[in-house]
Ligand binder design. Structure first.
Ligand SMILES: NCc1[nH]cc(CCC(=O)O)c1CC(=O)O
Length: 309
């Protein structure tokens, strides 16, 4: 019973994630039919420009959302961290499955850790969040832009262009590349991107049948944690291409502990705050306001100005 058209990006990671979700949904609804629709997004086409300079927000999700509106697809699987803090009218996140490892990881040619890298080492990342935190910890390091899918990035490391690169543990584990990881960076050094390690399944807000199906894949502690993180991001008006990080955990009593970070891309300024509460939305706002009170707004405004140049 029931037929669902599932939108996905065409990258190895996106396809792997989508197939994982479809397999889970198939367990929940053994009679249902799922059909994959591959969609090439703007973010996939523009790989030669620094992402923050091409209007980062939602670059990977826009075309996929259009196909939901047009009813060419009924649901779409995204990395939650690629989704803007605010969803377009008429679309909702129907499920957030249990989060996997949220941490950033270092991949180096000879297995060196961040602290073992040579003085002045060249580290590849295009993420302002990662560069801010790496430089705050190791000001001698040189950051170089690194774009492309996981295979491309690892190839560039292996070709000797960098001493090390930074990626998300989650993506590597999903495509079974975790064997390449030299170090899991503690969140105290590199606070992950909002939603990192979590998937989001998006659908139309009025599609009751799909909502009922997706609900069964939702993980409440994950949803609480990422709701707090996304509320923090939203309060700071941040997209995915800003030097903002956040990570929340949830205990058995559903108490949420959220740490938020704003940094300057050169790592010279790093603002952090941690708070605990039960209201995810309020907690996100509280941590954001604490950072704004420390002066984080100035840093974010400066980054926005640089992106517009
Ligand atoms: N920015 C691209 C991106 N979007 C999602 C992941 C995988 C991790 C995840 O699902 O959270 C990655 C790769 C990376 O940052 O290394």
């Amino acid at each position: 019973m029931g037929k669902w058209k599932v939108g996905t990006r065409r990258s190895k990671l996106a396809l792997t994630q989508t197939k994982w979700v479809v397999a889970k949904l198939q367990e929940i609804a053994p009679e249902a039919d799922f059909e994959l629709h591959e969609i090439v997004t703007k973010g996939d086409r523009i790989l030669d420009v620094t992402l923050s300079k091409v209007g980062g927000k939602g670059l990977f999700v826009k075309e996929i959302e259009q196909s939901l509106y047009d009813k060419e697809t009924d649901l779409a699987v995204h990395s939650l961290k690629d989704m803007p803090a605010e969803l377009p009218e008429g679309l909702v996140i129907g499920a957030i499955p249990k989060r996997v490892d949220p941490r950033d990881v270092l991949l180096s040619l000879d297995g060196k850790t961040l602290d073992e890298l040579r003085e002045g080492a060249l580290v590849g990342t295009s993420s302002l969040r990662r560069s801010a935190q790496i430089l705050a910890h190791r000001p001698d390091i040189q950051i170089e832009s690194l774009r492309g899918n996981i295979d491309t990035r690892i190839r560039k490391l292996e070709e000797g262009n960098f001493d090390a690169i930074i990626l998300a543990a989650a993506g590597l584990e999903r495509v079974q590349y975790a064997g390449n990881i030299s170090q899991y960076l503690p969140v105290e050094i590199s606070l992950p991107a909002v939603g990192q390690g979590a998937l989001a399944i998006e659908c139309r807000a009025d599609d009751e049948e799909t909502l009922a199906l997706l609900k069964q894949l939702d993980d409440e502690p994950t949803r609480l944690a990422v709701t707090a993180e996304r509320s923090f991001l939203h309060k700071l008006q941040g997209g995915c291409q800003v030097p903002i990080g956040a990570y929340a955990t949830v205990d058995e009593a559903k108490q949420i502990t959220l740490t938020g970070m704003v940094g300057s891309p050169d790592g010279k300024q790093l603002f952090k705050n941690t708070a605990t509460g039960t209201d995810a939305l309020a907690l996100g706002v509280q941590v954001a306001e604490a950072l704004l009170a420390q002066g984080a707004g100035e840093v974010l405004a400066q980054v926005l100005r640089e992106n517009q140049e």
